[in-house]
Design a protein around this ligand. Structure first.
Ligand SMILES: *[C@@H]1O[C@H](CO)[C@@H](O)[C@H](O)[C@H]1NC(C)=O
Ligand SMILES: *[C@@H]1O[C@H](CO)[C@@H](O)[C@H](O)[C@H]1NC(C)=O
Ligand SMILES: *[C@@H]1O[C@H](CO)[C@@H](O)[C@H](O)[C@H]1NC(C)=O
Ligand SMILES: *[C@@H]1O[C@H](CO)[C@@H](O)[C@H](O)[C@H]1NC(C)=O
Ligand SMILES: *[C@@H]1O[C@H](CO)[C@@H](O)[C@H](O)[C@H]1NC(C)=O
Ligand SMILES: *[C@@H]1O[C@H](CO)[C@@H](O)[C@H](O)[C@H]1NC(C)=O
Length: 697
């Protein structure tokens, strides 16, 4: 016993003395210096460089927070704390939202503040609510707004929003003014047109319109597209140079172009991440946050998206910092990217400056990277180190070239203003990929510096924050409720909403749907009258659609009481079952679609939204006013009822076998839905469950 203990001590001493500083699980820090290790200099004596402008996230682009707003209030507040409350969770510093344009922008549509040139409204959708919740928690959060598309009248019959730059700038500035006057929200940044061409004349017109309306402090970030080409324009145009605050590129893969850096403009990854938020997503985000600066000098990084709060069978499921897609159960998940974000945001306030490369900012020789930042007085210091391995930090795009990471010990040397620091607080995460829970954002013993030196043992897939700040908290709310599937019976007559709200759970994919009070009655109105200046091809079909429910459903019934207004009405309406896709692919949606055209008295059942695969044609009485449409899909049959009279019964086509229920219109134009009901037989949902269980055998 005694012998072996002594031996261990001797081995340990030998181990230090011989400089074989390989990392051991139980010993994170080595007190004695070892030669032959990488030295990381933290030194501000040659000055500090670019200012940190924040880490943020996007709600929208599109409808990514759709399901968040109808969470029970307690859970909703908890989720908002994890995202926005300073020193609690992600503590986001920038909040970017979509300026709704009545068009599909990835996972749904968001309403415009001006569906038509003759009206204006600042109570639509949920982004206003979310902006206020963010600002309530963090008054210093920077707000950033951007359009993905525009209502049709902006394009004057084209898909070009720059056809009349004054008109478009006026439309955007009205939204910014509405934010200010109606909601007391000040926009810090505004963008141009998401991932679509920019137009220099428009950028200049926007600046001028902002200035004329008193929004001199709302700065332009441009172009919010892939690549850095705007830098060339900036180089040749002094006026443009002056009015663009930052060049914002999407998914830069941590790299920026020389010609962009040469402009001396702030460079932003104004949309990044877009990766499934499992542990690899956490790794992607950790590598991106550090290396966007190390490799690309980017001083702000913004995640698409904020939170996975949309139906999981829509495109890019769970591409948010956390997940909350079950308002009916209240279940949510605080995913690893929340704590990865906290490693920087909780310890680097806006405006701190990066130290120079190789004086605090560099790649590590055995893989990974570090950044160091300090405040104006240079009496505070934060260092963030990440050692994400290649396969554990792959993002959705661009391709990640191969590289190696291995455990390493580094010697940190503090000089300049930091020479006298005797210890740094330590926050630590390790991402774990074997199914065990990752260790996220844990406070460790401080790292003690002797004569400005300390050693740190780094494993693989780890994050360290070393900081003089004594703040920092791993916020915790009670364990969330258990998950449960979408309810099997849903009825809504829209009486519980304020006018202009978007009803819960119904997720518009084309068109814009809002509650209206018409003759004292609440209806859900499809409002879009013409094809918008669109962002993706779903709009090219000319139909509108809103989905609801569970994509695994095979049997289901949907009924709706519909009415087509006499003025500016659509030509037909539908209810549908087994709808297999949404997002930018909505125009290709397959399913069972029951259309009626009350004005011509036609009825049509099709296998697709485009109405190219006709399953049945018939007639209905040609009467205006309210009508009840009901589509019931059982194991093998589709049955339709019109005003409670059966109008068809037919064998189901082979595909699709499952999908959402939906309602919609055959063309742009008004349609009022007075109520809808969804019923799913218990057996059908049991089928899903038992087939799931079978998969395990
Ligand atoms: C508007 O917001 C500012 C902070 O952004 C706050 O100081 C002010 O009290 C708010 N005004 C109103 C009327 O709520
Ligand atoms: C997974 O890895 C962690 C640490 O790397 C280890 O503690 C744990 O035992 C492992 N779990 C399994 C199931 O292999
Ligand atoms: C859909 O139903 C299945 C089976 O009940 C369930 O596993 C899944 O979580 C449900 N999804 C949603 C979005 O409700
Ligand atoms: C709306 O539905 C609720 C129950 O879901 C019912 O109590 C109410 O009477 C209905 N209102 C109208 C106007 O149909
Ligand atoms: C549709 O009509 C059938 C027959 O009247 C009825 O049994 C069913 O409950 C209705 N479905 C819905 C969703 O209202
Ligand atoms: C119908 O559209 C015309 C323009 O096409 C517009 O002037 C009118 O206000 C619209 N009416 C309604 C009820 O929306």
């Amino acid at each position: 016993m005694v012998f072996s203990r002594t031996a261990t001590v001797l081995v340990f001493i030998y181990y230090l003395a011989s400089c074989a500083c390989s990392c051991r699980d139980e010993t994170l820090y080595f007190k004695e210096p070892c030669s032959g290790q990488e030295t990381v200099d933290i030194d501000d004596s040659s000055g500090v460089v670019r200012a940190f402008e924040g880490i943020g996230a996007i709600s929208g682009g599109g409808a990514t927070s759709k399901l968040l707003v109808n969470y029970p209030e307690k859970e909703r507040n908890e989720i908002l704390d994890y995202l926005f409350k300073p020193g609690f969770g992600a503590s986001l510093q920038i909040f970017k939202v979509e300026i709704g344009g009545d068009m599909q922008s990835t996972d749904g549509t968001e309403a415009s503040h001006m569906h038509y040139s003759w009206e204006e409204n600042y109570h639509r959708g949920y982004e206003w609510w979310l902006l206020k919740e963010a600002k309530k928690r963090n008054p210093n959060i920077k707000l950033y707004c951007l359009t993905w598309g525009f209502p049709g009248w902006i394009g004057k019959g084209t898909n070009n929003p720059y056809i009349d730059p004054e008109l478009t700038a006026d439309y955007i500035v009205r939204w910014i003014r509405g934010a200010k006057t109606i909601h007391n929200l000040t926009m810090d940044y505004v963008g141009i047109w998401n991932e679509r061409p920019y137009n220099i004349k428009y950028i200049k017109t926007l600046r001028q319109t902002l200035d004329h309306n008193g929004f001199q402090n709302t700065l332009i970030v441009a172009p919010d597209d892939f690549g850095w080409n705007l830098a060339h324009d900036i180089k040749n145009d002094e006026h443009l140079e002056k009015i663009v605050h930052a060049i914002g590129a999407h998914y830069p893969g941590t790299q920026s172009a020389d010609y962009a850096r040469n402009t001396r403009k702030p460079l932003w990854a104004s949309e990044d991440y877009s990766t499934f938020n499992d542990v690899v997503g956490g790794g992607c985000w950790a590598r991106t946050l550090n290396q966007n600066y190390v490799n690309g000098l980017m001083t702000a990084t913004i995640s698409w998206n904020l939170i996975g709060s949309y139906y999981p069978n829509l495109p890019f499921p769970r591409n948010g910092l956390m997940t909350a897609m079950e308002p009916w159960s209240g279940h949510y998940v605080v995913e690893t990217p929340i704590w990865v974000t906290a490693h920087t945001t909780q310890f680097v306030p806006l405006g701190w400056r990066y130290l120079r490369h190789h004086k605090g900012v560099a790649k590590l020789s055995k893989g990974g990277s570090h950044v160091a930042l300090t405040n104006d007085a240079r009496d505070q210091l934060t260092i963030v180190i990440e050692t994400m391995s290649h396969d554990h930090s792959i993002c959705v795009r661009p391709k990640l070239p191969p590289y190696e990471v291995s455990p390493q010990t580094i010697t940190l040397t503090l000089s300049g203003s930091f020479k006298k620091i005797s210890k740094l607080n330590v926050w630590y995460s390790k991402l774990i990929f074997n199914g065990s829970e990752s260790q996220m954002f844990m406070k460790r013993d401080p790292l003690v510096f002797t004569n400005g030196q300390a050693q740190l043992c780094l494993g693989v897939d780890e994050i360290y924050t070393l900081t003089t700040l004594n703040t920092g908290e791993k916020g915790v709310h009670p364990k969330p409720r258990d998950p449960s599937p979408f309810p099997l019976n849903v009825h809504d007559n829209f009486t519980t909403y304020e006018e202009y709200q978007e009803p819960f759970n119904l997720a518009p994919q084309i068109g814009s749907y809002e509650v209206r009070k018409i003759n004292g009655e609440s209806v859900l109105r499809q409002t879009v009258l013409q094809r918008p200046v669109y962002w993706c091809k779903s709009e090219t079909l000319g139909k509108t659609m809103s989905i609801i429910g569970n994509h695994s459903w095979t049997q289901m019934g949907i009924s709706a009481v519909v009415e087509i207004p006499r003025v500016n009405g659509t030509d037909g309406v539908f209810v549908a079952a087994r709808v297999d896709r949404g997002g930018c692919y909505s125009n290709e949606a397959q399913g069972i679609f029951f259309f009626t055209f009350p004005i011509t008295g036609k009825l049509m059942v099709t296998n697709d939204l485009a109405r190219t695969k006709v399953l049945y044609q018939g007639t209905v009485p040609m009467t205006s006013g309210k009508h009840e449409m009901n589509l019931t899909v059982t194991e093998s049959k589709a049955q339709g009822y019109y005003d409670q009279r059966q109008v068809f019964s037919l064998d189901l086509p082979e595909t699709p076998k499952n999908g959402w229920v939906a309602l919609g219109t055959d063309s742009y134009g008004l349609a009022d839905f007075h109520s809808y009901t969804v019923k799913v037989p218990q057996e059908a949902s049991e089928d899903i469950l038992s087939s799931k269980i079978k998969l395990h055998y």
